[in-house]
Design a protein around this ligand. Structure first.
Ligand SMILES: C[S@@+](CC[C@H](N)C(=O)[O-])C[C@H]1O[C@@H](n2cnc3c(N)ncnc32)[C@H](O)[C@@H]1O
Length: 290
């Protein structure tokens, strides 16, 4: 029997954020001063913490449809938005958080694994591209390391949110692009532009600026082929997805796309305060591209 190592990565530097517990299809998380209880279908095991810890959450997300719902607040009124700090030996970033109707608060804390990787592997005057960039943790990490950063997301309000995160973090100079990520990437290939580092986190359903929808399974190959044409020789690509595509499948796709690259894949996780791992998505790193 032969085996290749399967990775599990989780962030290690959070102080403002803590995963207090996970169980029965939910996460109990501290986001700065506030504790939230929200659904996570990956959590199929029972909780470890006492039920009283869960009952003390400041707000609990009640789903009303597959991706929508509302927050039920438990006594203490939460502010419309509040701040969260990420501080590690390499990075000092600030984020604005808000309770959204999609169970999210404006940040995927496991992404700190990618921020650290980016900050370590990119430097001043390198070019960096963040596709499907959301509230921009990866863009901030690359900019903090001195890179020329292009941030692409098709939703203007999300880009405005990132601009606020950039300013809170004491950074500037990020290039904003509100556009369909694949269309932008194809245009960049035609223009002959190349990037030292590229991160992409495509959702299950892509949404263009004019509301046009595409399914990831239909776009994933053109997306990877285009990104492969955009990366500099010796550069890196980080792809992760929360769409249920396995790390092995992602790795195979990249092996077929860039056969000479060094590729590692695994699960992006969060770790509870007791040390239990909670899987959040699949991650692949494509390194030393030719
Ligand atoms: C899963 S989130 C990415 C999370 C991100 N990795 C992070 O660390 O915060 C997906 C993002 O893709 C954006 N998006 C959806 N369809 C898009 C498209 N066709 N082109 C560009 N961005 C798109 C959404 O607005 C959303 O911000």
């Amino acid at each position: 029997m032969s085996q290749t190592p399967s990775h599990r990565w989780w962030p290690e530097h959070w102080t403002g954020y803590e995963l207090l517990d996970a169980g029965d299809g939910a996460r109990l998380e501290r986001w700065g001063d506030y504790v939230l209880d929200r659904p996570d279908p990956a959590v199929i095991w029972p909780p470890s913490a006492d039920v009283s810890a869960w009952n003390e959450a400041d707000a609990r997300f009640e789903p009303t449809a597959k991706t929508k719902g509302f927050w039920h607040q438990n006594g203490r009124q939460l502010p419309a938005s509040w701040g969260l700090e990420y501080r590690s030996p390499r990075l000092h970033l600030q984020f604005k958080l808000e309770l959204t109707g999609f169970k999210h608060v404006g940040l995927f804390p496991e992404q700190a694994v990618n921020w650290e990787y980016i900050a370590e592997h990119i430097g001043p005057d390198d070019t960096f591209l963040n596709l499907f960039a959301y509230t921009g943790g990866a863009s901030l990490a690359a900019r903090a390391a001195g890179a020329e950063v292009t941030h692409v997301d098709s939703i203007r309000q999300v880009v405005d949110w990132t601009r606020e995160n950039m300013e809170r973090s004491g950074l500037d100079g990020i290039r904003w692009v509100v556009e369909d990520a694949l269309k932008f990437a194809e245009r960049e290939v035609r223009r002959g532009n190349r990037y030292r580092g590229i991160v992409l986190d495509p959702p299950t359903w892509g949404l263009g600026t004019k509301g046009a929808k595409w399914r990831l399974e239909d776009q994933i190959r053109p997306l990877c082929e285009t990104v492969a044409d955009l990366v500099e020789p010796g550069g890196f690509i980080i792809m992760n997805t929360y769409s249920g595509i396995s790390p092995t499948a992602l790795e195979q796709l990249w092996r077929a796309t860039l056969p000479d690259a060094t590729i590692e894949s695994g699960e992006l996780c969060l770790r509870t305060v007791r040390g239990e791992l909670v899987p959040t998505g699949s991650l692949v790193r494509v390194l030393n591209t030719q």
